[in-house]
Design a protein around this ligand. Structure first.
Ligand SMILES: [Cu+2]
Length: 303
């Protein structure tokens, strides 16, 4: 008895060892080697997709067990060598009603929550900010609508150098080979962000798995999507529509930061944009305008 107990404990410990990394992976947004299930992502949408997938998976496993179990049992129990004689009936109304009604009920059980989740996924109302995404061969352009901030985002120089040199990419040297960009799309967390997505030349598709959706970018059309990212972090994606010879070289990198950090980043970007628009403005502010402005802002608060 005690020997069996010891074996059982060792077996449990082994299972825990094997399962531990898998449990840790379940928290991360990036896919991992030997990840068997889909990721949970970092938005309500991705969580919904994960839950819908799990419900369908459980139903499929149940159906699989019942169907293959019945088949295996029938084949074993009623085998010819044990003298089984096949029945000769060809119809059974009761059985036919049962095996029609049960799948219909299962489909309704799965379709109901899935439809509710799909409707929520397409509801872009009450967004707090809007980002326009435009696909180009082969890069993305992001515009923070109403903020006067826009930039392009293309494959980082190092990935580009490696791919053109014929060098074999090395995970140690460049862990995000082909998944890094020069300008990341910086977004605030806990903010409903609406995307309007289009393209300038051919059809592209904007896809960041951790956000839980992909949306086609079609020339002449504007598609909508939304997200609200729950955790700060860096989330990577790619163009998901075969768009030409460099389709593989237009990655997407979203950097989700706190609201305060985003406000600072946006202000800095706006200042850059303002400086670029009016080259004289920098000189005017740089002479003696900038530093005193900071003191001036604090003075009223103290008074
Ligand atoms: Cu593309």
């Amino acid at each position: 008895m005690s020997q069996a107990n010891g074996w059982w404990k060792r077996w449990l410990a082994a299972v825990a060892l094997v399962a531990a990394p898998a449990l840790a992976w379940a928290q991360a947004a990036d896919p991992h080697r030997w990840q068997l299930n889909m990721g949970r992502g970092v938005t309500a949408t991705s969580q919904n997709a994960y839950e819908a997938h799990m419900v369908a998976l459980v139903v499929c496993i149940g159906i699989g067990l019942v169907v293959f179990g019945a088949m295996a049992y029938a084949m074993f129990k009623f085998r010819k060598s044990r003298g089984a004689v096949p029945a000769q009936f060809s119809h059974n109304t009761k059985a036919e009603v049962v095996w029609t009604v049960i799948p219909v009920l299962l489909l309704i059980i799965m379709a109901w929550p899935a439809t509710a989740k799909l409707i929520a996924m397409y509801d872009t109302r009450d967004a707090e900010m809007t980002v326009k995404v435009t696909g180009y061969q082969w890069m993305w352009k992001y515009e923070y609508l109403g903020e006067g901030v826009e930039f392009t985002s293309r494959l980082d120089r190092e990935s580009d150098r490696i791919r053109q040199s014929g060098e074999i990419p090395d995970r140690e040297k460049h862990p995000y080979y082909l998944l890094e960009v020069d300008n990341r799309l910086v977004l605030p967390v806990d903010t409903k962000i609406r995307f309007v997505i289009t393209a300038d030349d051919v059809i592209h598709s904007w896809w960041v798995p951790a956000l839980g959706w992909k949306q086609d970018a079609i020339p002449g059309l504007i598609n909508e999507a939304w997200t609200s990212i729950e955790q700060p972090g860096v989330y990577r994606g790619q163009c998901a529509e075969l768009c030409g010879k460099d389709h593989a070289f237009m990655p997407i990198v979203v950097e989700a930061v706190s609201k305060e950090e985003f406000a600072r980043w946006l202000a800095a970007r706006k200042q850059q944009a303002g400086a670029a628009d009016a080259p004289d403005a920098e000189d005017a502010g740089g002479a003696d305008g900038e530093a005193p402005a900071g003191d001036g802002a604090e003075a009223p608060a103290q008074a």
